[in-house]
Write a protein that binds this ligand. Structure first.
Ligand code: VGL
Ligand code: ZN
Length: 194
């Protein structure tokens, strides 16, 4: 299947941060594989003049999702620390719109839409369909895609630019299936034409 990219798309890069890379505090297996893949999509966006948004997990240092507070995760993506920075080699143009999320100490927020102006900013830029990639398939990508669809955006899920944590084996595959059943169209870069 070939999908034509017009001028009502936007690229949304979810949480491609150092702490989710190999060696990071909450390493996603093979997480660095999304970087070159997303760089290709970012270059396409640049060629087409499409807006690029990039979310960051941006936690306070006593965030409720951390083990020290009884949460499920090691401490990660503490706002302003090196681990919260975008992954090295992720090629984001200076006009990328950065969306910080999950900044409240007492609540987690896996979705880039949760408590952020993302939906409004996308509408202001005329976006109707989002190309979504990043980390992790089974947490922040899943919840972001669910919300994007609820907000009325179409979603192209960038299969070659997502990776899963897989706390339980198969979590990533289940998440992808759920996103597709909810209306996301899963694509690889080769299936796009512009
Ligand atoms: C994420 C676990 C904890 C993610 C964020 O970006 O998918 N996963 N915080
Ligand atoms: Zn987090």
């Amino acid at each position: 299947m070939t999908i034509t990219i017009g001028n009502h798309e936007a690229l949304l890069v979810v949480d491609v941060q150092r702490d989710f890379m190999p060696g990071g505090a909450l390493a996603v297996p093979d997480g660095d594989a999304v970087v070159p893949a997303l760089n290709r999509y970012a270059a396409l966006a640049r060629r087409k003049g499409l807006p690029v948004f990039a979310s960051r997990d941006w936690h306070p240092k006593n965030h409720c999702s951390f083990r020290a507070r009884g949460g499920p995760w090691p401490q990660h993506c503490v706002a302003g620390t090196p681990g919260a920075a975008f992954a090295e080699n992720l090629d984001l143009a200076p006009d990328t719109v950065v969306i910080d999320k999950a900044m409240r100490e007492d609540a987690d927020a896996y979705s880039a839409f949760s408590g952020t102006p993302l939906a409004q900013l996308l509408r202001e830029r005329g976006a109707k369909r989002l190309l979504v990639g990043g980390l992790a398939t089974d947490y922040c990508v899943l919840n972001t895609v669910r919300d994007a669809l609820k907000e009325g955006f179409g979603v192209l899920l960038l299969k070659d630019a997502i990776r899963a944590v897989n706390v339980q084996p198969g979590d990533g595959e289940r998440a992808q299936r759920e996103m597709q059943e909810a209306g996301a169209v899963a694509v690889n870069y080769q299936e796009l034409s512009s």
